[in-house]
Design a protein around this ligand. Structure first.
Ligand SMILES: Nc1ncnc2c1ncn2[C@@H]1O[C@H](COP(=O)(O)OP(=O)(O)OP(=O)(O)O)[C@@H](O)[C@H]1O
Length: 255
């Protein structure tokens, strides 16, 4: 299932936040959204996920969700959003429970997704026993368990240290390479965007408009750390964002 965002604009109490956004999110591809603080990235993600209605424009679902899809649009949040009293397996089961699946089928899905995310040995652990990186792996496993048409990730690695971010990027690349998923991935981090994005939409400062959509053809599995071509794309993205980021920064300071 593809998503198409058409002429989307949004405002809060008269403050324009997004202006005339057009985007195509193609099946099996990762689209990154980057842009200065407060430009409306998370708002756009919430609208794509149906959590908010835009003032104008629309988000269209084109085609049908994949077979076995229990929840077409599924979020992964920066703060993991795990239930502390549930084990890893219990958290992963969470999204399956409202769908009336037989117990054995749920157990099968949980076991499969824990294996795919290298969490099988931690199935009975509680979130408080896990590092931040492991918690985010659980949140990703929980999202994958419902076999979403599109995963919506809002700064999923921002709360993690640099090394853990690197490990999780490798995990996401290997998950995608084994079974390509569709995702919209909001990030502040341009290095993340060039490692994970098939395309990267650069937003202007508020009200967010699309400044440019940069496509990267190199396969995700071939995008190694410190790759010269990726660094040059990252430089290009930063050149697009620098002035906007400075202005957004000053705006926030003066608010
Ligand atoms: N529910 C809301 N009510 C009112 N204003 C809001 C609401 N949500 C967001 N805003 C404002 O809308 C603007 C865009 O916010 P949003 O969180 O979408 O931006 P962002 O690009 O994701 O920011 P950041 O990069 O800092 O996370 C900000 O000025 C924010 O304060």
């Amino acid at each position: 299932m593809d998503l198409r965002v058409e002429g989307l604009s949004h405002a809060y109490d008269g403050m324009a936040v997004l202006d005339g956004i057009d985007l195509d999110i193609a099946t099996g591809r990762i689209l990154c959204l980057v842009g200065p603080s407060g430009c409306g990235k998370s708002t756009l993600l919430r609208i794509i996920g149906g959590l908010e209605r835009p003032v104008s424009g629309q988000v269209m679902q084109l085609g049908t969700p994949p077979e076995g899809c229990l929840n077409p649009l599924t979020y992964v949040f920066q703060d993991f959003a795990l239930l502390p009293w549930r084990s890893v397996a219990g958290n992963v089961r969470l999204g399956l429970e409202a769908h009336g699946l037989p117990e054995a089928r749920m157990a099968e899905i949980v076991s499969d997704v824990l294996a795919r995310t290298n969490l099988s040995d931690f199935a009975e652990a509680l979130p408080k026993q896990l590092s931040g990186g492991m918690k985010q792996r659980v949140a990703i496993a929980r999202a994958l368990a419902v076999n979403p048409a599109v995963m919506l990730l809002d700064e999923p690695l921002s709360a993690l240290d640099a090394q853990t971010r690197e490990l999780l990027m490798e995990d996401l690349v290997s998950l995608w390479t084994r079974a390509p998923f569709t995702a919209v991935y909001v990030t502040h981090n341009l290095a993340e965007a060039v490692r994970l994005g098939h395309s990267i939409a650069v937003l202007s400062r508020r009200p967010g408009r699309i400044r440019e959509i940069v496509h990267i053809d190199k396969p995700l599995a071939d995008r190694i750390h410190m790759d010269a071509e990726l660094e040059s794309t990252q430089e290009h993205l930063w050149n697009l964002m620098r002035e906007e980021a400075r202005a957004a920064d000053a705006e926030l300071l003066n608010a």
